[in-house]
Design a protein around this ligand. Structure first.
Ligand code: ASP
Length: 350
């Protein structure tokens, strides 16, 4: 009898303690929650000559709507306990499916009037990575990049081989017509007219007004793992199988739990030569710089000194977010560790 009374008392005490904890969880401020298991996400939709006066109110709303839809989707995945890798892929798929961005559906045209897409993804915990370059029939190149990482023993596949692999693993293929958009065709025509009007053979591969739209995402999940991904149609009027930084690990995309996850956008040749995404991580690792200081130094000093321009988004394991660019604007959105949403297009608040 005594034993069962003792058992009931102990059980009651244990129940009371558990309830007490739950109650305090429910009343904790978002800041306290964030300190316990921070998670956060950031996306970009390309950097370039983005000025308010050049974008109509309806276009501004259209960009902001898709950016918000994408970042909220990723945040929900993280909130529900999903991985940063899942969040990165899901956010980028939404941007790839929109005709507004230079990735997937809205990709720019090559000089031959075709679309050749590049993408890469990397996870910070394992430092596994996957990339694809020059694919023409893959609806969501970021998903194929993830398949390369998870279902092949390789890091990077290109062109027909990558498309064969896509068939092999069942990644959705579409007719190349899927990627036709009138606005990108007009941009190609403008670039080719400019090219033809030049007396010399000088070729301006990256004319200012057609210079944005690559997409990317970085995320931190509740397990403390970070990931990054980038997807692009590359440069308008590109030729000869040109491949930029976006599918190249270390240049356009990088992730390492010990430092940061980075997705870049800008003049790809310079991002490759400067190994920009990895350079930011290396500054954090070897010089103990914060994510923000490292990104500032690379984007505002090293990159322009080389002659390059563009920007990055980055996240570290504490959920600090950096969105740094040396162009007039960068389409970007984030939801930070306190759950605060931010969507911006122009040069404010870097
Ligand atoms: N970095 C991309 C490339 O060079 C283009 C961009 O981000 O706008 O292919």
């Amino acid at each position: 009898m005594k034993k069962s009374i003792l058992f009931i008392c102990i059980s009651f005490l244990m129940y009371a303690c558990t309830e007490g904890n739950n109650a305090s969880d429910a009343t904790e401020s978002p800041q306290i929650q964030a300190e316990k298991q921070p998670f956060a996400i950031a996306i970009h939709g390309g950097a370039g000559t983005i000025y308010k006066e050049n974008i109509s109110d309806s276009m501004e709303l259209a960009y902001k709507t898709v950016l918000e839809q994408s970042v909220r989707k990723g945040y929900k995945i993280l909130e529900d306990g999903g991985t940063s890798l899942d969040a990165v892929e899901a956010c980028i798929r939404i941007l790839e499916d929109s005709p507004l961005f230079n990735a997937g559906k809205g990709a720019v045209f090559t000089s031959n009037g075709t679309n050749e897409l590049d993408a890469s993804i990397m996870e910070g915990k394992t430092k596994n990575a996957g990339g694809v370059a020059g694919v023409t029939t893959v609806k969501n190149p970021i998903t194929l990049a993830r398949a390369v990482m998870e279902q092949s023993e390789h890091v990077m596949l290109a062109r027909e081989g990558a498309e064969d692999f896509a068939k092999h693993v069942g990644v959705t293929l579409v007719d190349p017509e899927h990627f036709y958009t009138e606005s990108r065709m007009k941009a190609l025509e403008r670039a080719q007219q400019r090219e033809n009007s030049l007396e010399t053979s000088f070729y301006d591969p990256y004319a200012k007004e057609d210079k944005f739209g690559t997409v990317g995402c970085v995320a931190l999940d509740k397990e403390g793992n970070i990931a990054a991904g980038t997807s692009t149609g590359g440069m308008n009027n590109k030729r000869w199988g040109r491949i930029g930084d976006s599918p190249i690990i270390g240049a356009g995309t990088y992730a390492n739990n010990n430092t940061c996850a980075i997705s870049a956008t800008g003049w790809g040749e310079y991002f490759i030569r400067g190994v920009i995404a990895y350079d930011i991580a290396a500054m954090m690792e070897y010089s103990n710089l914060s994510l923000h200081s490292a990104a500032q130094r690379v984007i505002h000093k090293k990159l322009p000194e080389m002659g390059g321009d563009g920007g990055i988004i980055g996240i570290d394991q504490k959920g600090n977010i950096a969105m740094v660019f040396n162009t007039p604007g960068m389409f970007r959105a984030s939801i930070d560790t306190t759950g605060t949403l931010s969507i911006k297009l122009y040069g404010e608040d870097q």
